[in-house]
Ligand binder design. Structure first.
Ligand SMILES: Cc1ncc(COP(=O)(O)O)c(C=O)c1O
Length: 498
């Protein structure tokens, strides 16, 4: 039998026992270990990974505490059935979780972002947060919009709105504002959701069943990984690199795995900031056209373009009507509104609207109406223009600093907008090492491992520019460049096993 052994990163902050436990959690989650499979004997892992038996025992205890495995004398440690499975026991406990909740719980414990600064370390630059900078929010203008709509139609807006697809005036407005990238979109093709995250969940709930395969551009937005796992879907990653999306690999995955969906972020991709150019958009549509596969495109910050012409959405280029576009105001306005939307042909929106209705009845009519008012008064565009201007300067500052300071062998993406860029080093594992070393010196970055489907060591780190002004970018890159040089001078330790 093939023995699955964890690969440990000795320089990472995560304790070795947690790394071992995390490895087997993912193996169980992803179906590489099944019910009844035996975990390797403690001594095997201890000797293969060069750790003490107590460390492995601790890892196995963590797995047992989560109800994933059971140890028995003479039988070793085996994978348990999920508690909900038929025949698992006569009476489900009141605390028995659904498969969705179990997977969500495991994934949320598994997501480790930017390492914190050690106590007392002064902050040099925060490149970690993807949320927009709250200091810039036009709070008074928003309050004005809320006051205005409450005054005009307060009683109505504080009741149920019975507009399950969203307020018609907001849907028409969102379609109008998307005209440049999706010229034929109308309000009838828009379904308002609680942010892009609910929209993504809604697509999966409506069109996928557990065990289906979804192809994603990798690296991939980590909360989408969590969501795909929670839905019990098999995920096939296809590399999205400096050369673009690997379309040959994508086609092979679609054909061999009979994928149900493709998910990608074609513009200012999270975490790399890359954008799929027009030729690649067309080529992708030709491929999915041959296999009949629908696409979910996540245009989470497309209006934050700082240079170049806007690119058409995949939806607008898809003659089949089998692409849906997920959008949000979380990045170009406030995430606290929890307003996003799905654009798609009406035959796709209808079942999604029915599913959503039973999830939340509707998205807040009050907040939708205030958003319409805020846009009509020009506040949204004023805020957006200022934000884009600042982002343009910050991206330029990042490129200048990286050009001047990064050592050979390291590179940074040069996005046409959005909040993020991706700094890459030569070896897998360098990303996590850099994140730890930078934190010790006051710089916060998110290690690339978070965006890897299997949580494997990464070459890169994500740099977000929402919280770092130009001076902090300059100083932060100086720290990162010095640590890159240190890393290139020393091999990455602790990567001996597969
Ligand atoms: C790629 C991507 N999609 C979707 C979302 C979720 O956005 P929302 O706040 O609209 O739910 C995020 C949030 O960071 C994101 O990065």
């Amino acid at each position: 039998m093939h023995v699955l052994l964890p690969e440990l990163d000795r320089e990472a902050r995560a304790p070795l026992a947690a790394q071992i436990a995390g490895f087997y959690v993912r193996a169980i989650d992803e179906g590489r270990m099944r019910v009844g499979d035996r975990l390797p004997p403690i001594r095997t892992i201890a000797s293969a990974c060069d750790v003490t038996r107590a460390t492995v025992q601790d890892a196995y205890k963590q797995l047992a505490d989560q109800g994933l495995v059971e140890g028995a004398v003479g039988r070793g440690t085996t994978v348990l059935p999920q508690k909900h499975a038929a025949g698992a026991g006569p009476v489900a406990s009141a605390r028995t979780l659904s498969p969705y909740a179990e997977a969500a719980l495991r994934r949320s414990q598994d997501m480790v972002g930017a390492p914190p600064l050690p106590p007392g370390t002064p902050l040099v630059a925060n490149f970690a947060e993807l949320a927009p900078d709250a200091e810039r929010f036009p709070v008074d203008a928003w309050r004005g919009a809320m006051d205005a709509v409450l005054q005009q139609r307060g009683a109505e807006l504080l009741g149920y709105g019975y507009a399950h697809n969203g307020l018609p005036e907001l849907r028409a407005m969102l379609a109008e504002r998307s005209r440049e990238i999706d010229p034929t979109l109308t309000g009838d093709d828009v379904l308002v959701t609680a942010g892009a995250q609910q929209a993504l969940d809604l697509v999966l709930r409506t069109f996928c069943a557990g065990g289906d395969t979804v192809v994603v551009a990798a690296p991939c937005y980590h909360q989408m990984h969590g969501l795909l796992r929670a839905h019990g879907l098999n995920v096939v990653p296809v590399p999205f690199t400096a050369q673009g999306l690997d379309l040959a690999q994508l086609e092979r995955a679609l054909v061999r795995r009979q994928a149900r969906l493709v998910y990608l972020t074609p513009t200012f991709h999270n975490p790399t900031g890359r954008t799929l150019d027009l030729a690649q958009r067309r080529a992708l549509l030709e491929i999915v056209g041959r296999t009949g596969t629908p696409i979910v495109e996540d245009e989470y910050q497309t209006s934050l373009r700082t240079r170049g012409e806007p690119l058409p959405t995949l939806r607008s280029l898809d003659p089949r009507g089998l692409t849906v576009t997920v959008s949000t105001v979380s990045k170009d306005l406030f995430p606290g509104l929890r307003i996003g939307w799905i654009a798609g042909s009406q035959d796709l929106l209808r079942p999604m609207a029915a599913v959503k209705r039973f999830m939340d009845l509707e998205t807040s009519p009050l907040l939708q109406a205030a958003l319409v008012e805020f846009v009509r008064n020009g506040h949204f565009d004023r805020y957006l223009t200022a934000l884009r201007g600042e982002l343009r300067l910050r991206h330029a500052a990042l490129q200048d600093a990286c050009r001047a300071q990064l050592p050979a062998g390291c590179s940074v993406t040069d996005p046409d907008g959005g909040f993020v860029a991706w700094l890459e080093l030569p070896e897998p594992g360098h990303g996590e090492r850099l994140a730890d070393l930078a934190a010790d010196r006051g710089v916060r970055v998110v290690p690339g491992r978070l965006f890897d489907l299997h949580g494997l060591p990464s070459r890169g780190v994500r740099l977000s520019l929402t919280r770092a002004d130009r001076q902090q970018i300059h100083n932060g890159v100086a720290v990162l460049a010095a640590q890159c040089r240190a890393l290139l001078a020393a091999p990455v330790p602790g990567r001996a096993f597969v």
